[in-house]
Design a protein around this ligand. Structure first.
Ligand code: DC
Length: 241
C-alpha cells in the first residue's frame, strides 16, 4: 500500500473524445476509486426523450424527464468494452445511448438549465463520497469545485473526430468521417456556448492537450503529476525538512 495521500476527488473535464474516459478508467483502476462518467446521465435523458417522441428542444419536458427518469448506473455485466451498465426504464441502454442520434441531440438537452439542475444533486451525492474519478464538462467548475485534483483534457477538433469515427466504425456504425466531424463541431459549439456551466477549464485545472499522444502517454503524464502532488504521509519516514 502506498503510504502517500492521493487526491480523493479527481475531476476530469474536456470536449468530446479528448480522451477523458480512457484516462479516468485507468486512474480509477490504479487508485481503486469509483469511475463515474456523468455524460451517461445526459445521454440517458436524451435517449428516453427520443424513445418517447418528446422534443429535445422542449426545456420543460426535458426537465421533467430528467427529474423523473430512473437512471441506474451499475457495475458492468458484460465484457464487451463497457465500463458500466446503464439501465433506463428496465432496459440496458449502455450502447443505445452512444448512437449517432443521441450524439446529435445530447448537447441540446444538456444545454437546458433545468436539466442540469435536475442532474446536479445526483452527481454531487456520488462525487462527495470521495475516492472518485468523475468525468464530464463542468465537474471542476460546477459539480465538484472543491475537487482536489482537476484535469482538463483537450485535443484538436480533427483529432477528436478521427477518434470518434474509429470508435463508431469499430462498433459497426455506418458513418462517414465528414459526418462525424460536422456533428462534433456542432456539439462543441453547443457545449461551449451554453449559458449555464459552459465547457471551460476551471482556473485551477491542470490542462493537457492530447493530440499525438497515445492513451498510455496521457496516463503516464497525469500519473507523474499525481505522484508529485501526493503529499508524503507522516508515517512513511520521508525526509521532510
Ligand atoms: O462526454 P459525453 O460525450 O458522453 O457527453 C455527452 C453530452 O453531455 C455532451 O454534449 C456534453 C454533456 N455533458 C455536460 O454538459 N456535462 C457533463 N458533466 C457531462 C456531459
Amino acid at each position: 500500500m502506498d503510504a502517500r495521500s492521493f487526491p480523493l476527488m479527481i475531476a476530469i473535464d474536456g470536449p468530446a473524445a479528448s480522451g477523458k474516459s480512457t484516462l479516468a478508467r485507468r486512474l480509477a483502476e490504479a487508485l481503486g476509486y469509483l469511475y463515474f462518467d456523468t455524460g451517461v446521465l445526459y445521454r440517458a435523458v436524451t435517449w428516453a426523450a427520443l424513445q418517447r417522441g418528446l422534443s429535445p428542444r422542449d426545456e420543460a419536458a426535458m426537465t421533467r424527464l430528467a427529474s423523473e427518469l430512473a437512471i441506474d448506473v451499475r457495475p458492468p455485466s458484460q465484457a464487451d468494452g463497457r465500463s458500466n451498465d446503464v439501465w433506463v426504464d428496465g432496459q440496458d441502454v449502455t450502447w443505445a445511448i452512444r448512437s449517432p442520434e443521441v450524439d446529435a441531440w445530447v448537447a441540446a438537452v444538456a444545454a437546458h438549465p433545468g436539466v442540469r439542475q435536475a442532474l446536479l444533486e445526483v452527481q454531487r451525492r456520488i462525487g462527495r463520497q470521495g475516492r472518485v474519478v468523475m468525468v464530464g464538462r463542468d465537474i471542476g467548475t460546477v459539480v465538484l469545485p472543491e475537487a482536489d485534483f482537476k484535469i482538463y483534457l483537450d485535443a484538436s477538433l480533427e483529432e477528436r473526430a478521427r477518434r470518434r469515427y474509429e470508435e463508431l466504425r469499430a462498433r459497426g456504425q455506418p458513418v462517414s468521417f465528414d459526418e462525424v466531424l460536422a456533428r462534433m463541431r456542432a456539439r462543441d459549439r453547443t457545449d461551449a456556448g451554453r449559458s449555464v456551466a459552459p465547457l471551460r477549464p476551471a482556473p485551477d485545472a491542470w490542462v493537457l492537450v492530447t493530440d499525438g499522444l497515445t492513451p498510455d502517454q496521457v496516463f503516464t503524464r497525469v500519473w507523474d503529476v499525481l505522484q508529485r502532488r501526493a503529499a508524503p504521509h507522516p508515517s512513511d519516514g520521508a525526509e521532510a525538512s
